[in-house]
Write a new protein. Sequence first.
Length: 124
Amino acid sequence: MRAQPGWVTFLSLLFLASATALEGPVTIRFETDVGPATLEHRGHQKRLNHDCSVCHHQEEQGVRKACSGCHKLRLEAEEGGPPSYFDVKMKLCRGCHLERREKDRASTAPIGCAECHDIKAKAN
């Protein structure tokens, strides 16, 4: 049996790494003004057919930036600057959930504060 050239191994590893990168993290925990929220990231990716641009809009050379890189807490957001993280998430996340519920009455997409946010954790 002939040994595989190094570039075949490299390309194989690159392919595996890119496939994993498309999946992203299983969950993401966001620290917010009203308490932390946990997003089932992998589930959202699957429902959106891996169209990352639905939620992520800023890319620099193929690298997605964290939302908090531009969007600050409400108290820290500057007038005329990017909208606060809270405002973005309410429009994007809650807006999408409300839309899903309007289209499908059986949808369980969360829309109440405590359905996404651990309000008790914020109080502590």
